[in-house]
Design a protein around this ligand. Sequence first.
Ligand SMILES: Nc1nc2c(ncn2[C@@H]2O[C@H](COP(=O)(O)OP(=O)(O)OP(=O)(O)O)[C@@H](O)[C@H]2O)c(=O)[nH]1
Ligand SMILES: [Mg+2]
Length: 335
Amino acid sequence: MPFIDEATITVRAGDGGRGCVSFRREKYVPRGGPDGGNAGNGGSVILRVSPNLSTLLDFRYRKIFKAKRGQHGMGKNMHGRNAPDLVIPVPPGTTVTDGKTGELLADLTREDDQFLAAAGGRGGRGNASFATSTNQAPDTAQPGIPGEERTLVLTLKLIAQIGLVGLPNAGKSTLLSRISRARPKIADYPFTTLSPVLGVVSHNDEEFVVADLPGLIEGAHRGAGLGHRFLKHAERTEGLVHVLDAARPADEIARACRVVRQEMGKFLPELAARPTLLVFNKMDLPGAREAAERARAELNFPERDAYYISAATGQGIRELLNGLVALRRRPPYEL
Ligand SMILES: Nc1nc2c(ncn2[C@@H]2O[C@H](COP(=O)(O)OP(=O)(O)OP(=O)(O)O)[C@@H](O)[C@H]2O)c(=O)[nH]1
Ligand SMILES: [Mg+2]
């Protein structure tokens, strides 16, 4: 299923119905009093969070959303019905900006958060409501007010407490499948993961969401800049896990770490302040331990935030989970 995290839509609320001009007609009363009823209000368009959604994919197929018009007023003082609101479900983490001005209108994160995207027009009053002592037979009624219309840009920033970052092939997806029930694709080539995957992790009575983000560095086969567009999904995290492939030589591991941090800094500088654990993966392979420790020393990264694991065998995972729970309580780094 493709992952879509941006969409432009047009929302159009329903117009108010027309008020009615009508006069009572009874036997023997040729022209009775006014009895034109009021009209119903047009339906509004509302965006509401639905926890079951995780992408904006639906908006690729449907971009225009119109609520219905209110019912016109009728004779015999019958009021028109209000049109129902049109509720559009969006995934948690959807921000709404005005398509024209770029103004941020809403950030919908929690279940049932909602945003009035376009207000329905009020229905017009019927002529019965205009009757006064001096004008007992008014022949005017109000037209309905038109419903609002606007263009909105929806942007999804996934909600995860922990983000997995690193070069392609480091083992991020293997790690996520080890600590959660998520089953991202795993393969022995770079850029296996093409869009973010979320997994729920439970540990020591705590539950949190971990996002497996696609490998950061561009491969020649992908358009420039594409890999970084997923970085925004790390924006709401409390902490990062930087996964390194410890099956590589020490100097390569250290370089990989610097490159990834640099890339993150370029595209989302505030990520530099996110508390981070360095995770040396593939400890089951020969030579990994020495390479990892040398790389850690070369990077001058604090030992207490370095973890040595094998996502493949499960070695070191329990300690890492303890580390993640603690990481979530830390304040951001001072920059
Ligand atoms: N020996 C060993 N191999 C591992 C370990 N973790 C992952 N691998 C292998 O490394 C390769 C890449 O793993 P992935 O989990 O797909 O890596 P990724 O970081 O998600 O890669 P991208 O999605 O391309 O960014 C796969 O062949 C995995 O089987 C490990 O702990 N030990
Ligand atoms: Mg992957």
